[in-house]
Design a binder for this molecule. Sequence first.
Ligand code: UT7
Length: 318
Amino acid sequence: MLNRIIGTGSGLPARVLSNDELATRVDTSDEWITTRTGIRQRHIAAPGETASDLALRASRHALEMAGIDPQDLDLIIVATSTPDMVFPSTACILQHKLGAKGGAAFDVQAVCSGFVYALGIADAMMRGGTIRHALVVGAEVFSRILDWSDRGTCVLFGDGAGAAVLARDASRGILSAHLHADGSHRGILCVPGQIDSGAVTGTPYVHMEGNAVFKFAVRVLAEVAEEALAANHLPKSAIDWLIPHQANTRIIEATAKKLDMPMSRVVLTVAQHGNTSAASIPLALDQAVRDGRIQAGQHVMMVGVGGGFTWGSVLIKW
Ligand code: UT7
């Protein structure tokens, strides 16, 4: 038995922040942001709107497509680096908002690789046989951890959530998950703050060494896709759709080139959403499912990379 995605959904905040509007706040321009990153706009959560609120919206859409009642979920995993609270997990809060109880619920912290990690974990847990339906969500409100005076980071990120519902299937579904981490690179992308005795110590904002992150991402994204292909005895040409983490069009183009893939077979949402961290892959997946690009029987390769550093792939026979 395999585990198949039978429903996808998106939850984006209503507020759209364009590059031009950002340029009125920090010393940047639409031209710089578009040329260096491909980003044209991003969605920003309203005051008080949390990761679980966006996750709820995405999950309802995914459950509706799947035709599954929330109470039938045996497992909920939320990938997030911007949880509602220190604890309980955003997954437990989401479970309650969905009106479900009893199944397992927990969060995964792998930053921008979070959705790929969560999907791999859900797949492994479902192979145990006791879980029939799982909900896997990537949900982020990165706008809360950005220093809005730092043009090097604030132009890159956005808020949103994407969700997927998994069910057992005899013939198609997740073929493999390959997950990796190397904590020696933890300092090049981090939020080095913590709560200590009632106060925040350290810096509660995203710190990023852009060039180092860029080079690392380009190397590992293609590598981990090739690892998945080798494990499944498939050639590069077998990938029908590449759904990479949406951080920067140039990183994605470099990855596609290494995989000998034309950009017409790559799902790109970075222009509309910016980098939504753990939400970026499920948001892109939902778009390509709903507009009919992804068809039954096709091979869909998801590749993610993020702080930690973490990276990984999930290969699906759709
Ligand atoms: O999920 C993973 C997370 N992040 C990523 O994947 C991001 C990976 N890194 C990148 O995408 C790129 O490194 C950036 C888009 C962040 C930066 O692009 P770059 O081509 O590496 O630019 P740079 O950092 O080398 O900066 C070039 C210039 C600098 O000016 P000087 O020193 O040449 O005068 C920066 O100060 O661009 C300047 N700059 C900006 N200018 C206008 C940096 N940010 C901005 C900005 N607007 N927002």
